[in-house]
Ligand binder design. Structure first.
Ligand code: AMP
Ligand code: GLY
Length: 430
């Protein structure tokens, strides 16, 4: 059987989970991760390259004879890594999982994604878009809305570009701060103001080769630092899959009203999209509405999704890269999976790195997907805010959570923090 060398870009728990899954494939030759983390180093070879250093990525592809490039995070996609790799005769035949620049705008520009949804009649919150010359219009648009007011910077703002404010005057000042004051930098040169959707959030993921698409398991992440979904937003404090309320009826609505029109819309607009589409949804009384698109997998959703996939995922990615995704069927385990994120004390504000991580060797019933970790002289130490997930299977969501929470007790590093209530809003529904 022909084996492929793979380069995976990224350094999070998402990348560790993808690496873990594809390493189980007989089709894998060598696996390289750039830059990777303390966990990916145990599976493949980490390369000390930033994801957005395109010349270095290209050089690594050539040096290591890489045939498949999987792009984990959004930044290289929005910056055009697909075009960069495809436009060079030395690398033009490399299969790339991740859309080109135009497709990545679904995530890179909120105004673009709202226009796209409006044009293709995909359910989303009512909105307006405004630039610096339209401040008065933005404020009068706010007057026509009900609180809470949702203000979004158009561009990438590291997940921090969304403000949800109850007070009209504060929302008006925020418009000034974003458009005139440069809050969120150039990402906030254009803003989107939208209606607040009340409901429960979840994420759905598809893999598409531009012609057809495959649904991946549904998942839900927990973004706030505090129990009961309180406090500051984080990159994600845990995740579960599947989402109990995302039953067949609901997922059929998601497919018919959102996924299919999205794929068809991309085709109609001449956007050749190959890669993952992550749709952040709000379930409003049983009807799905799009909150946002992302052009990549979610983190920490991926940590709960990869363990649920039974099929050879590398094979699915290869077929996708070759635009033969119709040949693939994805088998999924019926079990639930729950991931608890262990974070550094202080996160998502300032925190210390360099703490020694202890106890991993005692963890037997859970998978560990590392994020902010690295090795120094044979010791695993913390290297970021989100440090690792403890990920477990269970016959039910509750069982998966119980296993993760009991295994968490074996792990320790100075300042270690985690949310004790992941899945709290879903357990009864299960
Ligand atoms: P985004 O960066 O667009 O995912 O927004 C960040 C978070 O803000 C989302 O995960 C939601 O929790 C919340 N949010 C964004 N847009 C809306 C909306 N229109 N209604 C309610 N909540 C929203
Ligand atoms: N978990 C949310 C994200 O990856 O953006």
């Amino acid at each position: 059987m022909e084996k492929l060398n793979v380069l995976l870009l990224g350094s999070g728990g998402r990348e560790h989970a993808i690496a873990w899954k594809i390493a189980q494939s007989e089709k894998l030759g060598k696996l390289f991760i750039a830059p990777g983390n303390g966990g990916t180093r145990l599976i493949g070879q980490n390369l000390n390259i930033r994801e957005t250093d395109f010349p270095a990525v290209k050089a690594a592809i050539i040096e290591h004879d890489v045939q498949l490039l999987i792009v984990g995070p959004e930044a290289p996609l929005v910056k055009g890594i697909r075009e960069y790799i495809e436009s060079d005769s030395d690398t033009e035949n490399v299969l790339i999982i991740g859309p080109g620049k135009q497709g990545a705008k679904l995530e890179g520009s909120k105004a673009f994604s709202k226009e796209f949804m409006e044009k293709h009649q995909i359910p989303t919150a009512r909105y307006g878009r405004f630039n610096i010359n339209q401040i008065a219009a933005a404020k009068s648009f706010l007057n026509s809305m009900e609180p809470p007011y949702v203000l979004k910077a158009d561009g990438l703002a590291g997940g921090k570009g969304v403000l949800i404010l109850d007070d009209l005057d504060k929302a008006k000042s925020a418009i000034d701060e974003m458009l005139k004051g440069g809050k969120f930098g150039v990402a906030g040169d254009v803003i989107v103001i939208e209606e607040f959707l009340k409901g429960i959030e979840l994420s759905v993921f598809v893999l598409t080769d531009g012609k057809t698409y495959l649904h991946l398991p549904s998942a839900k992440d927990y973004k706030r630092i505090g129990e009961g979904d309180t406090g500051l937003n984080t990159g994600g404090m845990g995740s579960i899959s599947p989402v109990p309320f995302a039953d067949e009826t609901f997922l059929t609505k998601v497919n018919d009203r959102i996924i299919k029109p999205t794929i068809d819309g991309l085709k109609k607009d001449g956007i050749d999209y190959l890669g993952f589409i992550f749709v952040g949804l709000m379930n409003v009384n049983g009807d799905p509405f799009v909150i946002e698109y992302n052009c990549r997998m979610g983190d920490p959703e991926t940590e709960s999704i990869m363990p649920r996939i039974k099929s050879d995922f590398l094979e699915a990615l290869i077929k996708c890269g070759e635009r033969n995704l119709t040949e693939v069927e994805l088998e999924v385990y019926p079990d639930s999976v729950a991931s608890i994120m262990l974070v550094s004390g202080g996160y998502p504000e300032t925190y210390e790195k360099g703490k020694r991580i202890m106890g991993l060797e005692s963890v037997q019933q859970s998978l560990i997907f590392q994020a902010g970790t690295h090795w120094v002289e044979n010791e695993l130490i913390t290297n970021g805010g989100r440090v690792m997930t403890v990920t477990s299977y269970g016959k039910t969501l509750e069982e998966a959570l119980n296993v993760s929470y009991s295994e968490v007790q074996k792990i320790g590093f100075e300042g270690m923090t985690y949310r004790k209530d992941i899945g709290f809003d879903l357990k009864e529904a299960n």
